[in-house]
Write a protein that binds this ligand. Structure first.
Ligand code: AMP
Length: 215
């Protein structure tokens, strides 16, 4: 299956996509993760992307298109993949359609992770990653035992650089302006499915699986 995950920052796209990857075996492809890696490795592309990411703005369409084109051509993506955080505007959606046409691929579904805006801020300001396991946690919502399990073993709860209130505000504005119009774009293409995503991780995952059906 080839899936696009749509949703605001903090809607749980990444968490759910990772779970789907673990269950079904096709890779989660996150442009945000690929870009963060490029920044950490100080590659030329990373250096170009850094300022936009720190400000919560979108990185240029050409940069992300190049990354996506390269990533979906890899062997592990041959039977399907989950795009997480791409496309993020109309131009990227059109670029993606062109790449699919070029490679003879079809998009099966665009899944909107639907979360009321009020909840997103808390999800984002509370978000942490355990430095030992890479597990995504939230200081407001994760069970205390899971948070303690990280720190008790010498791990740190790391916060993403762009998860501060000011940058989050801009990321949500950019989402509304640039990305939310893709809901209608995919609806018109007959590909949109909506998952109410204002619930715990397990419940949302059950809803997602029910929406996708078996592949
Ligand atoms: P994410 O991890 O998906 O929240 O992405 C983190 C940041 O990476 C975003 O705020 C953007 O600066 C950048 N980014 C990720 N995906 C894209 C994309 N498809 N187009 C442009 N910028 C992106």
């Amino acid at each position: 299956m080839r899936i696009v995950m749509l949703g605001a920052p903090g809607s749980g796209k990444g968490t759910q996509a990772k779970r789907l990857e673990a269950d079904r075996g096709y890779p989660q492809i996150s442009t945000g993760d690929l870009l963060r890696q490029a920044v950490a490795n100080e590659t030329e592309l990373g250096l170009k992307a850094k300022a936009a990411m720190d400000a919560g703005d979108l990185v240029s369409d050409d940069i992300v298109l190049g990354m996506i084109r390269e990533r979906i051509a890899q062997d592990d993506a041959a039977n399907g993949f989950i795009l997480d955080g791409y496309p993020r505007n109309r131009q990227q959606a059109e670029d993606l359609a062109a790449v699919f046409a070029e490679l003879g691929l079809e998009l099966d579904v665009a899944v909107l992770m639907d979360v009321p805006t009020e909840i997103l801020m808390q999800r984002l300001t509370g978000r942490r990653t355990c430095s030992l396991t890479g597990k995504l946690l939230n200081i407001y919502f994760s069970p205390q035992e899971e948070l303690d399990a990280c720190t008790a073993n010498g791990g740190e709860l790391l916060q993403r650089k762009d998860d501060n209130e000011e940058t989050i505000g801009n990321r949500l504005t950019v989402y509304e302006r640039e990305t939310a119009p893709l809901i209608e774009y995919y609806q018109q293409a007959g590909l949109l499915q909506t998952v109410p995503a204002d619930a715990g991780v397990d419940d949302v995952y059950s809803r997602l699986v029910a929406t996708l059906g078996r592949d």
